[in-house]
Design a protein around this ligand. Sequence first.
Ligand code: C2O
Ligand code: CU
Length: 577
Amino acid sequence: MGVWWIVVVAILAHTASAAVREYHWEVEYKFGFPDCKEGMVMAVNGQFPGPTIHALAGDTIVVHLTNKLATEGLVIHWHGIRQLGSPWADGAAGITQCAITPGDTFTYKFTVDKPGTHFYHGHYGMQRSAGLYGSLIIDAAKGKREPLRYDGEFNLLLSDWWHESILSQELGLSSKPMRWIGEAQSILINGRGQFNCSLAAQFSNATAQFSNTSLPMCKFRKGDQCAPQRLHVEPNKTYRIRLASTTGLASLNFAVQGHKLVVVEADGNYITPFTTTDIDIYSGESYSVLLTTDQNPSQNYWISIGVRGRKPKTPPALTVLHYLTAPSSQPPSSPPPETPRWNDFERSKNFSKKIFSAMGSPPPPRKFKKRLILLNTQNMIDGATKWALNNVSLVVPSTPYLGAVKYKLKKGFERKSPPVSFPVDYDIMNPPRNRNTTRGNGIYVFPFNVTVDVILQNANGLDANASEIHPWHLHGHDFWVLGYGEGKFRAGVDEKTYNLKNPPLRNTVALYPYGWTALRFVTDNPGVWFFHCHIEPHLHMGMGVVFAEGVNRIGKIPDEALGCGLTKHFLMNRNNS
Ligand code: C2O
Ligand code: CU
């Protein structure tokens, strides 16, 4: 086996400081110990999580991605990067490209236009849950300063981990009846967690909240891949902590014992700073917080990441904020901060409603041109459990949409768009009266440069008295979060509650139980963009829609994105004539 180094070539481009950063990546499974128990993880160049990409705003990233998996296709999505002018590099299998077949290489090339905390992850099958992810961090261009002051920074990529393989999970989800994947065994921080033991075992009440039997104390040997990374800090300094969640299922809450957090960035956009004791983070979201080390410098402090939004059957992930002035091996003097009650949704909503864009960030257009109202429901198709939008459960076709719309391959997908709303008398407070849904692969098509509103409408699932949180993520854009509301959206009334002054720009937003969330974006990025629930099993069960915009302005798609389905025949015909 050849040794693969990450090759970073920094070539000065014509704009004085923009660099090209080029990487050669190979993805394969390896045995690892994400939570101290051995399991199969997807590794990039042998690393899990994959290598962190650091770049400056304006740089071009080139990743030559080789699929070394024996039997699975592969793509990587650059979550939070808008892919302006490069929709074929978005890395959503079946949407923007064909999955890379085993042995093949695909080249992603795109520019990163602004500073922000992002990540990348697999976007084929449930490969994100298999550990295919890493961080993607963009700093301000040379000579430009970020509007933040800090003395050091840390990067925490959060995920959840199952002992069951993703192939088995996928099979269970599509079985009749469905076999649900259950809650994760562990929460991981930078790919490290502790299964069946607790760092905080010396405080029995710390573990009592999620299980009756308290777990034994963790014992690590030197070099253990599951030992937590501690955060080493000096007293009286300010640190930036970058947080991103790529969980398959869990909504998380992050807290640092005894310390306040000042939230300054959300999904790669600056926000109006606000102070909090803890922060909710949903799958697909990222934040930066500033933490000042103003506590007793002879002590260490817990960092705790617990589950919210679902009954917590997964113990919180823990690590330690280590003041360099305190004895390194001294445990914190009291139990870790307790995660807020999992179903205190009011608390979660209040947190979301504290987020406003930073001064000077662009306000949304005053009016929308097109509007979709998407009813989120859980349904059945012939005995299988599905998720649907306006009663259509998405099945991604074998011909990627991007090539199909660009080259007008009529048979690539259904030409009829899915419904733009749902029946006014639908009862969102109860299980669906008609439990059956339909499969579909139609898309919403928008002209270039129009303002689109999307109202996400939550409802009761199949079981009585249950409505779940869904974190919705849009590719290719940031959108303004105009507002949240309870119950059914009232067209003509609820628009009056919108924040049009300083709504935050984001790429992921939570839809709360039995409520609605309104967002707005402008179709200024020609391409085809996935919009979906970021919970991996929900997406797998059809919880997504597809937007095509400015279709006649899409540039030349690289051939290597087109080697499957109808686009393959199109390529063959074009090259023969
Ligand atoms: Cu991070 Cu389409 O997702
Ligand atoms: Cu969902």
